[in-house]
Design a protein around this ligand. Structure first.
Ligand SMILES: C[S@@+](CC[C@H](N)C(=O)[O-])C[C@H]1O[C@@H](n2cnc3c(N)ncnc32)[C@H](O)[C@@H]1O
Length: 399
């Protein structure tokens, strides 16, 4: 296919078929989370749907291009970029985002798979074993049955010889923890139920990983190339250009596709909640990664006026960095929601303008593409309303 057939190059409006595709993908976004590939590994809060990621990446980049997501979260865009033959850079300040995105994009061999299956069976068979002693304070508020089952399974996972096997196992325990806490209004499941569930989840996840590798292969990307095609960074998007070795003049990102935190919208990226109330830092304990920050660290600012100013300063600085690394002909496409569209959208557009980007309105009548914010389970800890139909898909080009 010729470049012009794939990329929207007009500065004024999107061709009708592209508009229709994006609209449909936006509609699917949030109402039906597809669980294919490795999208079932972890329910990252405020994630966007694979449909919209795939549609935007397919419209605004070509196979072989470099795509960047400066706020990658659980890595939805990373997966969709890799399975459509793009190279990708994913960035996030949350170590949990990096952990999950790595696990979701690291292929396992048949031997790895067998080792992980054996681990899950063994962990399940220890369900009635002695109570392990857990000194980690971050597991406070994690119901006893989950804590004790997971602690034993973690100890067994440490016996796995390869790091990718251990990380996959830890990821399976993250998934198990989310599943167990999802029944907010009931008591948490007993150890025997967890023991039954773990091997099932491992099987589903291995299936998902197999699908991911097969999709990459269909796009002409071999198992080994997958690892070469992705760079995942645990760092702030602010100052990205300082990682000089990443930015080769001849191969700059064609597309930045992302969903930054929403201004004044509180999402718990770093905690799980038990019965919708009590917070636990257990995900960091399970993944064995550093934690230690407040919620506002991950949302760009608290919901106070000062916090909101911090947020807009962060967005300006982050996109200024994106501006300095992106291809001058490239695109920034982002899904962003507002608690108060009337006052926050103009500030957001001003931040993008200051960062060096010009907004491109997609339709002839100057309307933006948007969608209603659906009711998402792992999004339910969102406090403060998001305007109905205020989640927008914004398009920018470097000025
Ligand atoms: C809305 S979430 C992204 C969700 C993602 N699109 C997905 O599908 O999973 C926003 C992410 O931005 C990250 N973040 C916040 N401030 C950041 C910064 N300065 N640099 C990089 N990432 C940041 C948060 O940790 C969070 O993971």
């Amino acid at each position: 296919m010729k470049r012009s057939q794939v990329l929207w190059s007009s500065d004024t409006q999107l061709p009708t078929p592209v508009l229709k595709r994006l609209d449909e993908a936006l509609l699917a976004c949030g109402y039906s989370y597809t669980s294919g590939k490795t999208h079932n590994f972890y329910h990252y809060p405020a994630r966007f749907s694979p449909e919209i990621a795939r549609c935007v990446i397919g419209t605004f980049s070509r196979p072989g291009d470099l795509v960047i997501d400066p706020f990658m979260g659980g890595g939805t865009s990373v997966i969709e970029a890799l399975t459509t033959g793009r190279r990708v850079i994913g960035v996030d300040i949350n170590s949990l985002a990096l952990f999950v995105s790595l696990a979701r994009t690291t292929p396992l061999s048949a031997r790895d798979e067998a080792a992980v299956r054996r681990w899950a069976e063994k962990a399940a068979s220890y369900a009635n074993g002695a109570d392990p002693v857990i000194s980690d304070p971050s597991v406070r508020h994690l119901p006893w049955a989950i804590r004790s089952f997971v602690a034993t399974a973690l100890r067994l996972a440490e016996e796995l010889p390869l790091r990718r096997q251990r990380n996959f196992s830890r990821c399976a325990l993250l998934r198990l923890g989310q599943w167990a806490l999802d029944c907010r209004d009931f008591v948490a499941p007993r150890r025997s139920r967890l023991a039954k569930k773990l091997p099932q989840l491992v099987e589903e996840m291995l299936g998902g990983l197999g699908e991911f590798v097969a999709s990459c292969r269909e796009a002409g990307v071999s198992r080994r190339t997958i690892l070469r095609n992705r760079v995942l960074l645990h760092r702030s998007a602010v100052g990205l250009e300082e990682d000089e070795h990443l930015w080769i003049e001849s191969a700059r990102p064609r597309l930045a596709f992302t969903s930054p935190p929403y201004p004044s919208v509180h999402v718990l990226y770093h905690r799980w909640q038990y019965r919708g109330r009590k917070e636990t830092g257990a995900p960091y304990w399970i993944a064995n990664i550093p934690d230690g920050y407040y919620a506002s660290y991950y949302t760009g600012g608290s919901r106070t006026p000062t916090g909101e100013q911090h947020y807009f300063d962060m967005v300006t600085a982050a996109f200024r960095s994106v501006r300095s690394v992106i291809d001058p002909q490239g695109w920034v496409v982002q899904l962003i929601g507002f608690a108060d569209t009337g006052s926050q959208l103009p500030r957001y557009l001003e931040a993008m303008d200051t960062a060096g980007f010009q907004e491109i309105l997609p339709t002839e009548d100057g309307k933006r593409l948007g969608r209603r914010v659906p009711n998402r389970k792992w999004y339910a800890n969102l406090k403060g309303p998001v305007d109905a139909s205020s989640e927008l898909l914004l398009f920018h080009k470097p000025r």
